[in-house]
Design a protein around this ligand. Sequence first.
Ligand SMILES: [Zn+2]
Ligand SMILES: [Zn+2]
Length: 214
Amino acid sequence: QYVMEVSNIAGHHLSEVVSISTTSLPSDDPFCRICHEGSSNEELLSPCECNGSLKLVHGSCLEHWLSASNTSHCELCHFEFALERLPKPLSEWLKHPGMHHARLTLFGDLICFMFITPLASLSGWLCVQGARDLYYSSSMEAIGLSILTLALLTIYGFWTIVSFRYHILLFRKWRQTNQEVRLLIPTSVTLLTNQQHTTCKISSSREPSKETIV
Ligand SMILES: [Zn+2]
Ligand SMILES: [Zn+2]
């Protein structure tokens, strides 16, 4: 009786597993490997050497992924795509919502630059004038003022270069990962995939599909 109960429970569990696995399996309709949508809104392409359920993809999904990842090859089969990359202009960066923090720091640094530049110039000029006046009367003070001028200008120059480099690097990084990517796919590829879809549908209607989804 105990064995019977176990087998009953096991059988019950197994039937549950079978029902779950059959319901979780997607239909035979081809779908995009990135967004998992079908070909109702956009034609599915097979632009690389991937096979099985991973071979089909929407052109727009692939272009978006290639732009965001800044690559030009398939991550699975390493097929090199023929691409056209169009960098976005500075005006797009100014409107991009994800770059809000970078824009704030840039404007903050620009305001600092506008204030510090005249202040540094005036201080430098005063130090040079003072050093010139003290050159004959007190040479030690003149040397001290000259060193102060040099230190002031060095700090000002260093800050300017570092902050400008930082903002230029941020902008370049944004431009690299926000390019408009266009796939250059020959028309024969799309025709080929359409033919494969129809033959696949015919064969699947005749016999149950044995393809496993990875
Ligand atoms: Zn898609
Ligand atoms: Zn591939």
